[in-house]
Design a protein. Sequence first.
Length: 466
Amino acid sequence: MQQHNTAPTALDRRTFGQQVTGLAAAPLLAALPTGSQGASSKDGHLPDAANRSSLIAPSEEHPHAATYMAFASDADGIWTQPSRDNAGLSRVRSDLIDVAKAIGAFEPVKMMVLSASERAAAQALLERASGANPDVHQLYNSRSKNVGGVELILTPRGFNDYWTRDTAPVFVKDAANGNRLTALDFNFNGWGNANSRSREAPRSSNHTKTAAFYQPYANDQKIAAAIAARHQAPLVKSSLVLEGGALEWDGEGCAIVTASSVLHVNRNPQLFDVTTSGRQIESARLKPTAKATVQAELKRLLGVSKVIWLSGTDAFPDVEVDEETDITNGHVDFYAKFLAPGVVAYAYDPHDSTGEKAITARHQRELSGQTDAQGRRLQLVPLVTPREYSARLTRSQSKNFAAGYINFYHCNGAIILPKFGDPEADAAAVKALEPYLGKRRIVQVEITGIASGGGGLHCATSQVPA
């Protein structure tokens, strides 16, 4: 996610500048009820009687009715052409359409566009092959009749940025009501109010984690309700503030989350004992019940009975806030994803090519020996990060490049996998996933533009279960 182009320092989904002056005393929805404190064992299991719910979250591998995406816009100055901080709006848009085509070859894609002129721009990209992914265009055009397709949905003032994984609702099924489609709203607050100015932040907030940047997100806060309404799905609000990229689950009772993202005071201050001075946080000590509170809420909303906690990026309060290097505070969908129940792919950077060798090694240790909710010992599949890239970007444009294969996406007939132009690493990622394809195939999409903005293709998608 990018900053307004007048900001003094680059900011996006993977990194933000060092001009941090303090954390917000309360995020946008800090007054939400905290829910049951619950109880949990040390291995992340919840007692069977705790917060029983009829809501069940199908896994990403479950058949989809559709995938939601959004077409990057320059309306708010978030994406520009040209740009010194990323590959620029034109390349980002081209990549988004290529990802939509790859998915649209197998299932319907609903791509939101903000205006008639931007719909025309998206349509033009749909009708021609890109220079980066001509094979994807051919695949899209050769799909069977009545299969998939990309629908461009005009949604004026419908969104600010295109990261629908974080802003769209998480869809679940209500087993007590004939498996009715139900939408969850996790109260998006701009990745912990990271990018707001006082004119958009609530009075109860210190406005910002960084106090130096501005990116509007008021429209992004409305996406969950709008998409739920399109599907006539009841909307259930969570007692937590987090984003879809912070959650990974297998559909059989097990979830993986990162502590650094979920247990963050700018999202969920109710999980902390907080001391403030004026509008600044002086200290925030995690409550002993914090993990149990989160686990109980995920059981209520997703139907999970076990949560596996990864450390993530060791964000506040484990390190000084001005050392934080990821605006998402380490979303799990960049580090670990289920390939199937009992099988977890994880990012591994043995060469430190992304600067996250220590983080990925720690996650490997934390996943090793784990069992899922059914008692199966997890089978771990490492996906080694690339060491070189085909992208021709300046040093400034590539400083936030999000390189990693874990941010893949399951759609109905394929796994859509990032490609970076490292022949050895690109091929190794395909080979690692092949034993777990089932009836799917792998479609690789080169995502220089998306990755230069600090995210991946999974971050730009959100599924609706069939």
